[in-house]
Each structure stands twice: as C-alpha cells, then as structure tokens.
Write a protein that binds this ligand. Structure first.
Ligand code: ZN
Length: 201
C-alpha cells in the first residue's frame, strides 16, 4: 500500500526513531508499504519517519542509477551492489570511513528541492535485516550517500542540516513556504478530526 509521504514541517521528521526489538507482522507490513511508497515516488531511499513512524527503519534501492556508481563489500569481499538490493536496514549504525565529498541530493520530504551535501565517500554499516540477522558491510558512492541520508532521518536530522550556508541560503524562501504549507495542512487535518469547521446542523 502506498503511504502518504510526510513533508518538511511535520514534527515527526525531527523525532528520533525508536529501536525495533521485535519483527512483528506490523513491522513487516510497514516495510512492504515503505517499498511501495518509495518506488511510486521514484526514490532510492525512504525512512520510517517519512511515512510518519519514528522508528529505526529504512529501505534503500539504488538500482537503475547508472551515472553514480556504488561499491559494496562484506568482510573485505566485494559484492554485487544490484544483487544486494533492495535493502532493509533495521537499527542501522553508520561509521564514516572515507573523506567527506560533496554530491547532489534530494529528499522525498522536500519536493523539487535539490542541493549539494557533503558526506563521507565510504562508510561501514551495521544493521539487522528482515531475517533478524545482524550484518556488517562497507559501501561507497551513491549507496553510501543514500544510507547516510536515511540514517540521518532516523536520528531526526534532515539534509538541509548538512548543507553549507551557501547551498542553503538560496533555498530559504522555498523551505519556509514548504514548512508553512505542511503546517497549514496539519492544522486543517486537526480541525477535521475534532469535528470543527463542519456546517452547523
Ligand atoms: Zn530524505
């Protein structure tokens, strides 16, 4: 099922995700729904916060992006990136390895907004999968960027927080407008839920 994607200005995007201790049927369903939602939006990653759930859970799939390659290895052994997709990362931890490099980024919670963001070129990731097993792998390139972006979401950190002030400054007006739009939509939803605004009988 495709879920609504939460936009900038929604408080859940600033919430830290809760650790997932049990792979309940609800969590498995959420993963399926997050993939449906990410693919429908043509994204390469989606965090639970972006569908309104403050959990340490993200999904990633970098297949089909040819111009920004990735590498992947398990225990020093190179692995096929496409073969490891799609990825479900539960309670992920990221350790930066390679030096910081700039790269273009967007975010499904910030429609039409793109900017350069500086992140580690390569990282080590420790995470659990849907089989409940914890794996450790290293990756670089687009996959490393995408995972850093998503794990930031799980900590309530957004890509605008990682932009240099020169990159962010030209976007300020657009960001303010997006936040105002999100907050207005939340207020309208709250009014509807409380029954206000209905015509008097
Ligand atoms: Zn994002």
């Amino acid at each position: 099922m495709i879920l609504p994607i939460v936009k900038f200005g929604h408080p859940v995007l600033r919430q830290k995700g809760a650790t997932i201790d049990h792979l309940t049927p609800e969590i498995r369903q959420l993963v399926t729904d997050m993939f449906d939602t990410m693919y429908a939006a043509h994204g390469i990653g989606l965090a639970a916060q972006q569908v309104g759930k403050a959990l340490r859970l993200t999904v990633v799939d970098v297949r089909g992006i040819e111009d920004r390659p990735s590498t992947l290895s398990f225990g020093g052994e190179p692995a096929d990136v496409d073969g490891a997709m799609p990825m479900v990362l539960i309670n992920p931890e990221v350790t930066p390895l390679g030096g910081p490099v700039p790269g273009p980024e967007g975010c499904l919670s910030f429609p039409e907004i793109f900017a350069e963001v500086v992140r580690a070129e390569s990282i080590e990731v420790k995470a659990s999968g849907l089989d409940g097993r914890t794996t450790v792998f290293r990756c670089s390139g687009l996959l490393a960027k995408a995972i850093q972006h998503e794990v930031d979401h799980l900590n309530g950190i957004l890509f605008i927080d990682r932009m240099t002030s020169e990159a962010k400054q030209p976007l300020e007006e657009e960001l303010a407008a997006l936040m105002a739009e999100t907050k207005a939509a939340l207020r309208a939803e709250a009014r509807k839920a409380s029954g206000q605004g209905r015509p008097a009988a």
